[in-house]
Design a binder for this molecule. Structure first.
Ligand SMILES: *Cc1c(COP(=O)(O)O)cnc(C)c1O
Length: 234
């Protein structure tokens, strides 16, 4: 079996094992994070049946999207968002996982246009102790969610988080549990929104995320190998 196929088989098995172990009867989707990786590897992944891909760097992503436009791929933006790039995001992506301020949501809504299906949005939550400074705090989350819910060209799908990395399973689970609780609260607060998504878990902590209700795990390294350090601005 080629390496990529073996990696996909292994990661899918990890997801399946975790679903069984934690009694998950709903689905857990694999989002393949292909940042810095060439189109040829994405094509190999596509041959393995993969259809959801995540990218962090807009210019790189736009080139890949153009080259792979006939393949029926669902493109997810998971990088940090510059407000002057919201037009390109709204035009070329199906999902944006890392919305953390109202201004960005407003601009994405304007740029999406009503003739297309609403852009799927996850709000990025920053649980204290995270390494990344991006994300809205749990305190400010309800207000941001209310704002996003008003925009007709956005579908508020759920929450995304990137916790500080840890090798300890119970430490890994704690922030995921907090984000899952926050989603339950939002579901009650905004019953008309399609809030069905928890985007959490990466190569090293996908089992802990699945234990706490992840519906998308975002996996890069375990599928495509390690990445070279990046020398560019996102
Ligand atoms: C790079 C990245 C991933 C994938 O991380 P791995 O550890 O390589 O699996 C997931 N989510 C986000 C937001 C990323 O930037």
């Amino acid at each position: 079996m080629p390496q990529i196929a073996a990696n996909f088989a292994q990661v899918r098995q990890r997801i399946e094992d975790a679903r069984k172990r934690f009694n998950r009867s709903d689905s857990v989707e694999l989002l393949a994070v292909s940042k810095t990786k060439p189109v040829s590897l994405i094509e190999q992944a596509w041959q393995c049946g993969q259809r959801h891909f995540g990218e962090n760097y807009l210019q790189e992503a736009l080139e890949k999207i153009e080259q792979l436009k006939d393949k029926g791929i669902h493109w997810h933006f998971i990088g940090s968002i510059q407000s002057n790039k919201t037009g390109l995001l709204a035009q070329h992506f199906d999902w944006v996982h890392c919305v953390d301020r109202a201004k960005i949501a407003h601009r994405l809504n304007d740029a999406r246009g009503g003739e297309r299906s609403p852009l799927n949005i996850c709000l990025q939550v920053n649980i204290s102790g995270e390494t990344s400074k991006a994300g809205v705090s749990l305190d400010e989350l309800p207000q941001l969610a209310n704002e996003v819910a008003r925009y007709p060209n956005l579908a508020l799908r759920g929450l995304m988080t990137i916790p500080a990395s840890s090798d300890d399973f119970s430490t890994q689970q704690r922030p995921f549990a907090q984000v899952a609780d926050a989603l339950k609260t939002l579901q009650q607060q905004l019953p008309e929104q399609p809030l069905d998504t928890l985007s959490m878990g990466m190569s090293n902590d996908l089992e802990a995320a699945i234990a706490q209700g992840a519906t998308f795990v975002r996996v890069g390294t375990a599928l495509f190998g390690t990445r070279a350090p990046i020398e560019r601005t996102p």
